[in-house]
Every structure is written in C-alpha cells, then in structure tokens.
Design a protein around this ligand. Structure first.
Ligand code: BEZ
Ligand code: FE
Length: 339
C-alpha cells in the first residue's frame, strides 16, 4: 500500500488569513511588463508581506536585491544559470547525513569562516574561534588527565599537549570539558576508515583545579578535504588545491563560559597560508617543540620515538604547550532587521 499522504492541520483562522493575503496580492502590485530595470522592485513588493518575522522580511528583501544586482552586474546568461542550478542540484544529490557537500561548498567559498567570525566576534585576550568542520563526534571516550587519545599503534609521531584553561582575567577554570579531535599521522580521521571500530584520535577530558590539562596524541599532519564530488570538481576548475594545514580541533565547554569551538594550526605546516577552507588565524598558530626529555615523557606517559636529526638518531617526542582563554557568557549578537 502506498504511504498515507502527510496531512497538515491548519486552523480556520490561519486559512482565512492566507486567503485574504492571496486575494489582496492578486490585485496588488503591477507584476507585468517586467524589465531588467524594474523587476527587482516588483519581486521585493510581492515578497513584502511577512508580518510576524521581521528578520525573515529583512533577509529576503536584501537577498533579492543583492542577487538581482549580481546578475545584472555580471550579465548572467541562460546557459550560465543552467550550469549553476545543475551544479547546486549535484551538490544536494551527493549530500547525506555524513557527507555535507553543501557545507563544504560554503567552506571553500569562505562563507563558513565569515559566518563564524560574525557569530563569534573576537574578544581581546580571548582564544579565537575557528571552523568546526564535519568530523566532530560526540561519542568520543573520556580520558583521564595524561592519558592518550590515540590507540596503541596509531600511525604518527608521539606528542604531548599541555596547557591551562583560563578566564579573561587569567584565573584558572576548573572542570572545563576539553573535547579534542585530530587525524592520525596519515591525515585520516577515524570516521574515514571504513573498517575502524569506535572513536579514535579524539577524546574528552576535564581541566583540574588549576585549569591544567594534558594528554598525549600524535602530531597532526595536513590532509585533503573530500574532493571526489562537485566541490572537488569546482576546486579543480579554479586551479585550487584541496588541503587543510595540520591542525587539532578543540571544543571547550564550561557552564559559566561561552562555548569555544576552535583549532590549533601548526605554524610550519604546508598550506598554513592557503587553507582551502579559510580557518587559520595567526593567534591560533602553534609550534611543536622537539624534546628529548625522557623523564618528562615518563612523567606524562608519552612513548618517545626515534628520529634522525643531522644524521644522528635521537629519541624524543613533540611538545605542544598552549593555553585557552574563555569568555564569560555573552548575549548572542543581535540580529539586524533594517539597515
Ligand atoms: C576539518 O577541519 O575537519 C574540516 C573543515 C572544513 C571542511 C572539511 C574538513
Ligand atoms: Fe580537521
């Protein structure tokens, strides 16, 4: 049997309001003989009946004006528009619950980074925000302070990360939840391995009463974003690469502070100045320092590895030290409803 059609319950009052609006519009603005020069005002007039949502009214009006101006400005023709809507259709068609091609398109056009910066204006002295990306996984395991967030045998170079969570006045933040995720040393997230069971190269931990946190992991490396779909095809057409510089993602949560979504970018990483999704900020660039302090390794449970430096084999690990500064709860940025 075919599924029963979805039914919507609409009250008599709403029905009446709609039909009055439709009748009013049927005899309203002269939507006739439209030209390149007068169509915009007419389309705006027809879309000016939102009475209960000033933000929506503002957005639709501005969008119509900006998109029409763009089309007139560049002289967009029929064939080009056909290419655009076919491209957007293919972006939608490849998208699934786990493959967000539309978000990826917004990422490579700098839209995600721009929206992020508007939503989280920088506060002097506080850690800046950076893109969340598609690989956060709330199922990450909790680890104790000092534990590794990577399983035994994970490809990559051993690294100790340590730092403090502070407020804007330098006070330590006790029991901040640090949710961290990264790729392994091959530049692959756990969820990208089809045969991998459960979360890896990610973990959640709490800062101690001094605001301190520390965990071991592998040093992140640059990696390509998904490029086997329409967004990858677009990047190739634009002669752009599809790599992100090496980075480690963090979400830091505490009930008294704004949620911080950020990432630390490796200063000497390839692509640091050409991140394909525009997430890098100079305040988020960090240095991994090579250390041969094996006592420190023992103290923090890091497994050192061997590396040839100037022709000599050395044993050590990478140390990343970074403090995060949280901002007290802020009111959300107010939404404009007029110019
Ligand atoms: C990421 O860093 O995980 C990411 C961000 C945007 C697009 C793809 C990946
Ligand atoms: Fe990432």
């Amino acid at each position: 049997m075919p599924p029963a059609p979805t039914t919507f319950t609409v009250s008599e009052a709403t029905r009446k309001k709609w039909s009055e609006a439709v009748n009013e519009q049927a005899n309203a603005a002269p939507v006739l003989d439209l030209t390149v020069d007068n169509i915009t005002e007419n389309v705006i007039a027809v879309n000016s009946n939102v009475t209960d949502n000033p933000r929506l009214q503002y957005l639709i009006t501005k969008f119509i004006r900006a998109s029409h101006d763009f089309i007139r400005d560049v002289g967009l023709n029929f064939e080009e528009w056909e290419q655009v809507w076919k491209f957007l259709t293919s972006v939608g068609q490849i998208s699934t619950d786990v493959r967000h091609e539309m978000v990826l398109l917004s990422d490579i056009l700098g839209i995600s980074a721009l929206v992020d910066s508007i939503s989280h204006p920088a506060v002097p002295g506080a850690t800046e925000y950076s893109l969340l990306g598609p690989f956060h996984d709330d199922r990450a395991h909790f680890v104790e302070l000092g534990e590794s967030i990577t399983s035994e045998g994970t490809p990559g170079e051993a690294t100790l990360v340590r730092g403090t969570i502070k407020d804007i006045n330098g006070n330590p933040v006790n029991k901040a939840l640090i949710d961290v995720w990264e790729t392994d040393g091959n530049g692959t997230y756990d969820v990208e391995y089809i045969d991998k069971d459960g979360p890896d190269f990610r973990g959640k931990l709490y800062s101690d009463k001094n605001g301190a946190f520390y965990f071991s992991c592998v040093r992140p490396v640059p990696y390509p974003i998904a490029n086997d779909g329409p967004v990858g095809a677009l990047l190739r057409k634009l002669n752009r690469h599809f790599f992100r510089p090496a980075h480690m993602h963090f979400i830091i949560l505490h009930p008294s502070y704004d949620k911080l979504i950020t990432a630390l970018y490796t200063r000497d990483s390839k692509y640091i100045h050409s991140d394909t999704v525009f997430g890098v900020k100079s305040s988020l660039m960090v240095d991994y320092v090579w250390t041969e302090d094996l006592k420190l390794a023992e103290q923090y449970g890091v497994k050192p590895f061997k590396r040839v430096l100037d022709g000599v084999e050395k044993e050590g690990f990478w140390l990343l030290e970074h403090d995060f500064v949280l901002v007290g709860k802020r009111d959300p940025v107010s939404l404009k409803t007029r110019d």
